[in-house]
Design a protein around this ligand. Structure first.
Ligand code: FAD
Length: 278
């Protein structure tokens, strides 16, 4: 069986961004991904925009997978969204807790993603294929790695069909995470999330916040290129292609790309690893 291959977008804020995304998506569609997913701003901040992009993707004939986070939402809010997804014949989603953004005071009625998964199952049975998030380098708010792993296993047992990881550049962290999760009875596919390296300073800031490690060897090498963006890009493609190759050759069930709404790096990485995907 071919490994799963999926691509994530965020909902653009402007009409120009929406047009640009359409064009990038058309390029990425040529690579035949299994699905395109679209992120959801915690607290419902992108509710309409996320759904608009999902509708566009579905109308273009692709499997469209919305992300849905429960933080700041009531059960009634989520019930309405699930009904809207069903009406639009959406059959798969990524269920998340989300993060409190500044200005959000209310945590909402469901505290963690496991409660969201339980709620979706209770409300809609097996209608949705549900993916959840996994953190091979541990979630930044986790009390401990053991606690985080147990929380992950609990979330899976609430009814998840698959998991997608936070991005990482250390394949061993992923393999160790999968081994440890399997020892707790997790049998669903855990698909690695892959972040191509584009704007390195932004990536470094974001990685600090979300708890993804940029290894010293990688950071130092990229810093040594200074403002030479062409070299940074070429090196990033080489490193991420090598990571993808190693993951697939060692049994990862697929790859989920964080596209940042851009096609070029993913296209080049997939061209390099095409033999490993077949
Ligand atoms: P949870 O699984 O609820 O875990 C959050 C923390 O709580 C962890 O530290 C965990 O150990 C702990 N925990 C879990 N369950 C329990 C429990 N029952 N009791 C006590 N502690 C518990 N964010 C968005 O806002 N929108 C998106 O579209 C989005 N998409 C994402 C896609 C992927 C593939 C990934 C990996 C992340 C995504 N995120 C998104 C980020 C995510 O919302 C944050 O990482 C958030 O902080 C945690 O969400 P979660 O679903 O993993 O939460």
């Amino acid at each position: 069986m071919n490994p799963d291959f999926s691509i994530e977008f965020f909902p653009p804020q402007t009409p120009e961004g929406a047009e640009k995304l359409k064009a990038e998506r058309a390029l990425l569609a040529r690579l035949n991904p299994d699905f395109f997913s679209v992120t959801y701003g915690a607290g419902g901040s992108t509710r309409e925009r996320t759904f608009n992009v999902i509708r566009e993707i579905a109308a273009e004939g692709h499997l469209a997978v919305p992300h849905l986070s429960c933080i700041g939402a009531s059960r009634a809010d989520i019930r309405v969204m699930l009904a809207d997804f069903k009406t639009a014949n959406i059959r798969r989603l990524v269920a998340l807790r989300g993060d409190l953004s500044s200005g959000m005071a209310d945590m909402g009625e469901l505290r963690h993603a496991n409660e969201l998964v339980e709620f979706i199952r209770a409300e809609t049975g097996d209608w949705f294929h549900i993916d959840v998030a996994a953190y091979p380098e541990w979630h930044p708010q986790a009390k401990s790695p053991v606690d985080d792993l147990q929380n992950f296993a609990r979330k899976v047992k609430s009814g998840a069909d698959g998991a997608i990881t936070q991005y990482f550049y250390n394949a061993d962290a992923y393999f160790r995470f999968v081994d440890e999760a399997q020892k707790l009875g997790v049998t669903i596919p855990v698909v690695p999330g892959i972040m191509p390296i584009n704007n390195f300073s932004r990536l470094a800031r974001f990685s600090d916040a979300c708890g993804a490690e940029i290894p010293r060897w990688l950071r130092k090498k990229i810093e040594s290129y200074g403002d030479d963006t062409a070299s940074i890009r070429a090196y990033g493609i080489e490193v991420v292609s090598e990571l993808c190759r190693r993951l697939l050759q060692s049994g990862a069930p697929g790859l989920h790309f964080y596209s940042m709404n851009q096609s070029a790096l993913i296209t080049q990485i997939l061209a390099r690893i095409s033999g490993d995907r077949a």
